[in-house]
Design a protein around this ligand. Structure first.
Ligand code: ZN
Length: 204
């Protein structure tokens, strides 16, 4: 089992990619094996890019980063996102991407910048768009909220990974196990094993 997207919590599992919404959470990420330092609007618009670059130089991934239409100033969001993507590209790290209602804009940026190593986390967009992201080289990650998306039945046939987007701990582990077995029942595929394989290959 592997959680493709979690946040720093009470324990330090080695089978999770643990991400932050702000560069200010650098210290909370330190104990984790697989980690990404990010900056999304939820974490504020004050981003320490030199800390992000230093972390990337030490093997950390970059995320979560992205665009969120629930928050103001999309131009400022795009500036932050572009700079963070350029750091991920410079150090050849995975970009962990958060998107709310800006799937096309993010796709265009990834394509224009030549970003190939990325995970779109908490995916709830269309299956067509998901296929385009996969064609670029990206990974689509589904959390339990994907089940409410219109595209959910079509997404099931794609090679997705699974996540909780929860703080690491017993509840997160239970939620991941339940989500994986739900998806395995729907697809007939061992989703936990597939996620682990895809994630270990991606993390290299
Ligand atoms: Zn998250």
């Amino acid at each position: 089992m592997f959680d493709a997207h979690a946040h720093p919590g009470k324990n330090y599992p080695i089978n999770a990619l643990v991400c932050s919404a702000s560069t200010a959470d650098f210290g909370k990420l330190l104990p984790f094996q697989y980690k990404a330092i990010g900056a999304i609007p939820e974490g504020g618009y004050d981003v320490d890019f030199s800390l992000m670059a230093e972390a990337a130089s030490n093997g950390w991934h970059i995320g979560e980063i992205g665009l969120d239409r629930r928050f103001p100033d999309i131009d400022k969001q795009m500036d932050i996102f572009r700079t963070a993507l350029s750091i991920a590209r410079e150090y050849d790290r995975i970009a962990v991407i958060h998107i709310v209602r800006e799937y096309q804009k993010v796709y265009d940026m990834l394509k224009d910048m030549g970003i190939r190593r990325f995970i779109v986390h908490g995916y709830t967009g269309s299956a067509e768009m998901a296929r385009e992201y996969i064609k670029l080289g990206g990974i689509i990650s589904l959390g339990p909220s994907a089940e409410k998306a219109k595209s959910f039945p079509a997404l099931l046939s794609l090679p997705f990974v699974t996540e909780t987007d929860m703080m690491t701990g017993d509840e997160e582990a239970e939620a991941l196990a339940a989500w994986n077995s739900r998806l395995s029942a729907l697809t007939g595929i061992d989703i936990a094993a597939r996620t682990e394989k895809i994630m270990m290959e991606a993390l290299g």
